[in-house]
Write a protein that binds this ligand. Structure first.
Ligand code: NAP
Length: 301
């Protein structure tokens, strides 16, 4: 009993969006989440990573740490590659030695985004940004892993923590300037809290010996442009009685002149994960409750 009570799952990352959602979940009594943020582990020191994980002896690892600044990555390829590819590769070696499941996060930005139907796990990748290329390099490092390994691709996380599109829109909605959002970038925005729940379920299943495909997609449905996603947020504010809202204007990716190219269409098809029993989140259903938690809007009686 005492041994079971001491089972530990290591989660790399502490203050990121997903790590904070994982920290707020209820975990089974016999599985203790142990978070390693940058204050606890030096991801630039391979010996530190190896030594810490080998002494903690976890039953699984979830790596939420990543270089996620998509535009900045265009000028910081080395750093992005280190965090998004070299660290995952090293974690892959450690998890193989410890023979424990390894859960890794990846992104819709591994796809070129030049088609009009949702991407499945086995569709060809062709990342156009440095961020996407570095994340793909991380996937490549883990595809041949000899221990149970899951690469969970998601997209456009939003929630209570960190920087995300929902919080950006809520801030802009307090102002009077028109909000410009792109109509030509279509994605599948994902409630971070729902992704954390699925990740926890998958981790527990893998610890219990369930074999999962090497890559799975999990993202909010339906696919939507950032313009329409913003309209939905403003709609909830309007329904909850906010009378003064800025105008929403359509823009095109090319008009924004951002350093990193974005996939024009990168909706993730999550039917494989759904067929395995995992719930695919509906971002529209999540929005009102989440906004109420953020003190914006209220849930209709
Ligand atoms: N955000 C999205 O829209 C999105 C979409 C698709 C996929 N993903 C993937 O999902 C995963 C989680 O994303 P997220 O949104 O939670 O990311 P995030 O909020 O940007 O958090 C990044 C995490 O990485 C850690 N980290 C970054 N640089 C570090 C460094 N130099 N040393 C140590 N730790 C460092 C941070 O550590 P601290 O905890 O110490 O701050 C933090 O926990 C990532 O793999 C990301 O690529 C994200």
């Amino acid at each position: 009993m005492a041994e079971r009570l001491s089972r530990r799952i290591v989660i790399i990352g502490r203050n990121g969006q997903l790590a904070r959602e994982l920290a707020e979940l209820a975990w089974p009594d016999d599985l203790h989440p142990h978070f390693l943020g940058r204050g606890e582990i030096n991801l630039f020191d391979a010996d530190d990573i190896r030594a810490q994980l080998e002494s903690l002896r976890p039953v699984a690892i979830i790596n939420t740490a990543a270089y996620t600044a998509v535009d900045k990555a265009e000028t910081e390829r080395v750093l992005a590659t280190l965090l998004n590819a070299e660290v995952p590769a090293l974690l892959g070696q450690v998890t193989a030695r410890l023979r424990i499941p390894h859960l890794h996060l990846s992104t819709d930005y591994v796809f070129a985004g030049i088609r009009d139907s949702p991407y499945r796990e086995d569709d060809a990748v062709a990342p156009t940004s440095i961020y996407g290329q570095s994340k793909r390099a991380g996937e490549m490092a883990l595809l041949a892993a000899t221990t149970p390994t899951l690469i969970l691709r998601s997209a456009g996380l939003f929630g209570r923590h960190g920087h995300n599109m929902l919080k950006t829109v809520l801030t802009l909605a307090r102002g009077i300037q028109p909000i410009r959002m792109v109509t030509d970038q279509i994605s599948t925005p994902t409630p971070a809290a729902d992704l954390a729940v699925t990740l926890q379920e998958m981790a527990i299943d893998m610890i219990d010996g369930r074999a999962l495909p090497r890559i799975l997609h999990m993202a909010g449905q339906p696919a939507v442009s950032w313009y329409s996603f913003t309209a939905a947020i403003l709609g909830v504010l309007h329904e909850s009685g906010r009378t003064q809202l800025p105008d929403l204007l359509p823009a095109r990716l090319v008009d924004l002149g951002r350093p990193a190219p974005r996939p024009r269409y990168s909706a993730l098809d999550c039917s494989l994960a759904a067929s395995l029993g995992y719930t695919v989140p509906d971002w529209q259903a999540t929005l009102p409750g989440l906004m109420a938690q953020l003190g914006q809007g209220r849930i209709a009686a």
